[in-house]
Design a protein around this ligand. Structure first.
Ligand SMILES: [Zn+2]
Ligand SMILES: [Zn+2]
Length: 259
C-alpha cells in the first residue's frame, strides 16, 4: 500500500503545485492514499510560511473538489499540518468539527515558551529540547492529532547529543505510545543531506539516535515525503527514508487511523 499523509501545496507560499497537481502525481505513481496537510493558518495571528486565514475555505473546497473528481482512483484526505499551542485549543476543535477537517498532523515548528513561543529551528540549549518534547506530549494528549510529523525536527540545530536529548526522545516516545499516535520519518530531513560530527556521518533528522530508541520500542511510524513540490512525492529521498527506517528496524506502517 502506497500512502503519503504529509503534503503541501502552493498556498503556504513556500511550495509549488495545486492540490490537483499532487493528486495527478499520486495517481500516476499508483498511490492508494494522499493526505493533503498544508500548514494551518491561525485566526488573529500570522506566523508566516502558510496560507492566509482568508484562504482556508478555498483550500478546503479545492481538496473536496479533488475528492469528488478523483475519489474513484485515489483516496484523498483533507488535513492540516498544525503546531500545538495551548491557547489555540478551541480553534483546533473548530477545525475538526466545524470545518470538517479529516485529520491533523502535529508539526511542532514552534512551541509555547514562558508566555511567548520558541522556534524549534532556533534552539541553542538541549534543555529547550526537553521543553519542546513536553509541548509535543501535551499536544498529543489532546487527541486532536492523527500523526506526529518529524518528531526529531530539533536535530536541525546541530546540538550535541546529551542526556537532555535522550530525555526528549523518551518523553516523545512515551507520549506516542500512551496516546496511540504514530510517528513520522520525514524525507525532508533526508533531503538536507548528511553531516559529520562526533557521532559520525548522519542525518540531522531523521536522527538515528532518536530512531534507534523508537525501533527498540516498536512504535509504529509512517514514511512521509513532506513534499513541497509534486515531483518530490516519491523521489529518491523518500526511497532513502524507507531504507533508513528498515536498516534501523523501525516498525514501519503504511496506513494511519484517522481520528
Ligand atoms: Zn512547509
Ligand atoms: Zn510539512
Amino acid at each position: 500500500m502506497l500512502t503519503n499523509y504529509h503534503t503541501h501545496c502552493f498556498r503556504c507560499q513556500h511550495a509549488q503545485g495545486t492540490v490537483e497537481d499532487y493528486v495527478k502525481q499520486a495517481i500516476s505513481q499508483q498511490f492508494d492514499i494522499l493526505g493533503m496537510s498544508d500548514h494551518v493558518p491561525y485566526p488573529h495571528h500570522d506566523y508566516g510560511l502558510r496560507m492566509e486565514m482568508a484562504e482556508i475555505w478555498d483550500y478546503i473546497y479545492e481538496v473536496e473538489d479533488a475528492q469528488k473528481r478523483y475519489g474513484s482512483k485515489l483516496k484523498i484526505l483533507l488535513g492540516f499540518e498544525s503546531e500545538y499551542l495551548c491557547s489555540q485549543r478551541a480553534y483546533y476543535e473548530e477545525l475538526l468539527r466545524d470545518y470538517q477537517v479529516e485529520y491533523l498532523i502535529m508539526g511542532q515548528h514552534f512551541f509555547d515558551y514562558g508566555g511567548s513561543f520558541k522556534s524549534s529551528f532556533a534552539i541553542r540549549d538541549t534543555a529547550d529540547c526537553v521543553r519542546y518534547a513536553k509541548s509535543v506530549a501535551e499536544g498529543l494528549a489532546t487527541g486532536y492529532y492523527s500523526l506526529l510529523a518529524h518528531p526529531d525536527i530539533v536535530g536541525v540545530n546541530r546540538l550535541h547529543w546529551d542526556r537532555n536529548m535522550d530525555e526528549m526522545t523518551d518523553i516523545i516516545l512515551e507520549a506516542a505510545v500512551r496516546c496511540d499516535v504514530p510517528l513520522e520519518i520525514n524525507a525532508n530531513g533526508i533531503r538536507r543531506g548528511l553531516i559529520e560530527d562526533e557521532l559520525g556521518l548522519h542525518y540531522l533528522y531523521p536522527h538515528f539516535k532518536f530512531w534507534e530508541k523508537a525501533a527498540a520500542a516498536k512504535i509504529p511510524a509512517v514514511i512521509s515525503s513532506d513534499c513541497h513540490a509534486p515531483h518530490l512525492l516519491l523521489d529518491d529521498d523518500v526511497v532513502r527514508t524507507r531504507r533508513f527506517a528498515e536498516e534501523l528496524g523501525v516498525n514501519v506502517i503504511d496506513e494511519i487511523a484517522i481520528r
